[in-house]
Design a protein around this ligand. Sequence first.
Ligand SMILES: [Zn+2]
Length: 118
Amino acid sequence: MGRCERCGSACEPEELRERGGQHLCEDCFLEVASEVKTCDPWAVHLAKSDKGRGAMTLTPLQERLYELVKSQGEISIPEACRQLGLEEAALRREFATLRHLELLRATKRGTEVHLTLF
Ligand SMILES: [Zn+2]
């Protein structure tokens, strides 16, 4: 039986994934991976320079969100969730990455938050 080195939960050794020298369970692996994506200045810098070359390193989901906002001009978060079939938490996570890349931003419309192009 293996053990996640981050949260300490027990799991099958084949379910553990290595990241930064640590063996992590699926949940922690995803969490760490998304932290790197949104908070690592170097990763953001790399992504930005990619943008300049027209080769964005977006996930298919981020690309769909970006294309959706682009086609609508502006869209509320619940509407974007509905169109993409995403939970709000998941949508906000993808949005955070796109905001870091300066592709999308949020704007207040009364009590609603709308997503729009940066
Ligand atoms: Zn874990």
